[in-house]
Design a protein around this ligand. Structure first.
Ligand SMILES: Cc1cc2nc3c(=O)[nH]c(=O)nc-3n(C[C@H](O)[C@H](O)[C@H](O)COP(=O)(O)OP(=O)(O)OC[C@H]3O[C@@H](n4cnc5c(N)ncnc54)[C@H](O)[C@@H]3O)c2cc1C
Length: 428
C-alpha cells in the first residue's frame, strides 16, 4: 500500500494558527524573512530586548525544513572538524566546535524556559560505519576529537554494537552522548509561541516579493502590502529565492526525504534502537534514523532534487528498501507517511552568517540546522543589536559563490552531484 504523502510530525501538534492574520504593520525596526528556527529564534531574542520585530513567512509558520526534519540535535558541523581545522586553522575550528555545543545548550535552555513540549532529551547520536575502513577512520576521529577539542566520544566495535543498534550491517560505530533529539514540529510551534509572547509580530501567508534599500532603511513589498524596516534578516534556508538574488546564488537547495512506519510493538522498537539514539551512517548518500513514539523515522537523500509529489513517491520506495537493508526485521511493517523537505548547502558545505548590502543573513546549515539555526538566529540577533556581525565566529571565513559563477539559483548539476556521491560511496 502506498503511504500518505504527509508530514507525520504535523499529526502530533497543532501547528501555528494562520487563520487570524493580524494587519501588516507599516514600519518595524527589524523585518525577518522566513518563519523557521532561524527567524523565530532571532525574533524571540530581539523582541525580548524591546525591538519592534516582524517575521514574514510566505506559508505557515514553521512550514519549511523546521517542521519536516529528523529532529536530531547534533554536535559538530556537516564538514568534519578535521577538514574545518585544515581549511581555517585550529583557533577558528575550536571556536566553531564550541558554538556547536552551545547550540545544543541553547535549544535545551529555550525548551526549558519556554516550557516547550517537544520531547527534547540528550539521547546521544550514533555514527555507524558502513565499511571496515570507515570504522578505522572513526578510531582516528575519537583520538583527534579528544586531543584537539577535549571532546569525549566512545567507540563501539562491531561485536558490541548490538547494545546500541539491532542491525548487523555495520562495522562498528561511534557514540556521542552530547547530542539530543526532539519532535521538530512541536519545537518550531513552541518557538513561534515563545517569539509571539516576547512581543514579536508573526505574519504568516506573507511572501516578500521585493526588497529595496532606500537610503538608511528597507522597503519590503509583500503579498499583504508594504513594510518599512530599519534592518532585515534573511532566514530562508533551502527556500531562498530571487528576492535576495546574491544569496540565492550561494545556496544549493537539496531535497531530503523521510518515511515513518506504523507504531511498532515495544519490544521490537527496543531491539532496533535500545537506547533511543539518533543514528546516521558513514555514506555520502547517507541514511539517518531514529524512533519517535515507537515509529521508525527513517530519512535519507533518496533524490537530490527538492520535494515534489514525484520525488516524494520515489523516495518512499527507496527509503523503505534502505530501511529493510538496515533492519530486515521491518520487512512486513507498514509505511504510513512519507514527506520531503529542502536543505541548504553552501558550496563549501559550511554555515555562514554575515551582512551583504546591509542585509543580515544566516544560511547553509547543511542538515545541521535544528541546533545551529536556533543558535545562529539568537546570536545573529545579538550581533544586530550590537550593530556589527564582523567578529561572529561564523563570519570569519568567506562565503563562496559557485566555481566560475556557473550557478544562477537553479541547481542543474544535482543529478551529476548525486551520481558523483554514488561513485564516492562505491570507491571510498
Ligand atoms: C527532511 C529533512 C531532514 C532534516 N533533518 C535534520 C536533522 O535531523 N537535524 C538537523 O540539525 N537538521 C536537519 N535538517 C535541517 C534543518 O531542518 C534546517 O537546517 C533548519 O530547519 C533550517 O531552519 P530555517 O529557519 O533556517 O529554515 P526553514 O525552516 O526552511 O524556513 C525557511 C522559511 O522561509 C520561508 N520563505 C522563503 N522565501 C520567503 C519569502 N520570499 N518571503 C517569506 N518567507 C519566505 C519559507 O516558506 C520557509 O518556511 C533537515 C532538513 C530536512 C529538509
Amino acid at each position: 500500500m502506498t503511504p500518505t504523502q504527509h508530514i507525520y510530525w504535523h499529526t502530533t501538534v497543532q501547528m501555528p494558527d494562520d487563520t487570524r492574520l493580524t494587519p501588516l504593520p507599516e514600519k518595524v525596526d527589524v523585518a525577518i524573512i522566513g518563519g523557521g528556527y532561524t527567524g523565530l529564534s532571532a525574533a524571540r531574542t530581539l523582541a525580548k530586548q524591546g525591538v519592534n520585530v516582524a517575521v514574514l513567512e510566505a506559508n505557515t509558520l514553521g512550514w519549511g525544513a523546521s517542521s519536516r526534519n529528523g529532529g536530531m540535535v547534533l554536535t559538530g558541523l556537516k564538514l568534519g572538524m578535521g577538514s574545518v581545522m585544515k581549511k581555517y586553522g585550529r583557533d577558528i575550528a575550536r571556536r566553531l566546535f564550541q558554538c556547536s555545543l552551545e547550540a545544543i545548550d541553547t535549544v535545551e535552555q529555550i525548551v526549558k524556559e519556554e516550557n516547550i513540549n517537544c520531547g527534547f532529551r540528550r539521547y546521544g547520536h550514533l555514527l555507524a560505519a558502513n565499511k571496515p575502513k570507515h570504522y578505522e577512520a572513526l578510531e582516528e576521529e575519537v583520538e583527534f576529537m579528544e586531543k584537539e577539542f577535549s571532546h569525549k566520544l566512545r567507540l563501539l566495535p562491531r561485536n558490541e554494537q548490538h547494545a546500541e543498534i539491532g542491525s548487523d550491517i555495520y562495522f562498528g560505530a561511534l557514540l556521542d552522548e552530547c547530542s539530543g533529539g526532539l519532535n521538530p514540529a512541536q519545537y518550531v510551534s513552541g518557538l513561534a509561541m515563545a517569539a509571539e509572547r516576547a512581543g514579536a509580530t508573526l505574519q504568516a501567508r506573507t511572501r516578500v516579493n521585493r526588497l529595496e534599500r532606500r537610503e538608511k532603511r528597507f522597503v519590503l513589498e509583500t503579498t499583504r502590502g508594504l513594510l518599512n524596516a530599519e534592518s532585515v534578516l534573511v532566514a530562508t534556508s533551502g527556500y531562498t529565492g530571487n528576492v535576495t538574488r546574491k544569496l540565492q546564488k550561494k545556496v544549493i537547495p537539496i531535497g531530503s526525504f523521510i518515511i515513518a512506519t506504523e507504531k511498532l510493538p515495544d519490544e521490537l522498537a527496543r531491539q532496533l534502537i535500545p537506547n533511543g539514539r539518533m543514528i546516521f551512517d558513514s555514506m555520502h548518500y547517507l541514511n539517518y534514523f531514529r524512533l519517535w513514539d515507537n515509529r521508525m523515522i527513517f530519512g535519507g537523500r533518496a533524490a537530490f532534487f527538492p520535494e515534489s509529489s514525484k520525488t516524494i513517491q520515489r523516495s518512499a520506495e527507496i527509503l523503505q528498501r534502505e530501511m529493510i537493508s538496515v533492519y530486515p526485521q521491518l520487512k512486513d511493517v507498514k509505511i504510513e507517511y512519507v514527506w520531503g523537505g529542502t536543505l541548504d548547502f553552501a558550496f563549501d558545505m559550511m554555515t555562514h552568517v554575515g551582512e551583504m548590502d546591509g542585509v543580515y543573513y544566516s544560511l547553509g546549515y547543511a542538515g545541521h540546522g535544528v541546533a545551529m539555526a536556533t543558535y545562529l538566529g539568537k546570536t545573529v540577533a545579538e550581533a544586530m543589536l550590537k550593530g556589527s556581525i564582523k567578529d561572529h565566529p561564523f563570519n570569519l571565513f568567506p562565503f563562496p559563490s559557485a566555481p566560475l559563477g556557473l550557478y544562477t539559483g537553479f541547481p542543474w548539476f544535482l543529478p551529476f552531484a548525486g551520481a558523483w556521491h554514488k561513485i564516492l560511496d562505491w570507491v571510498e
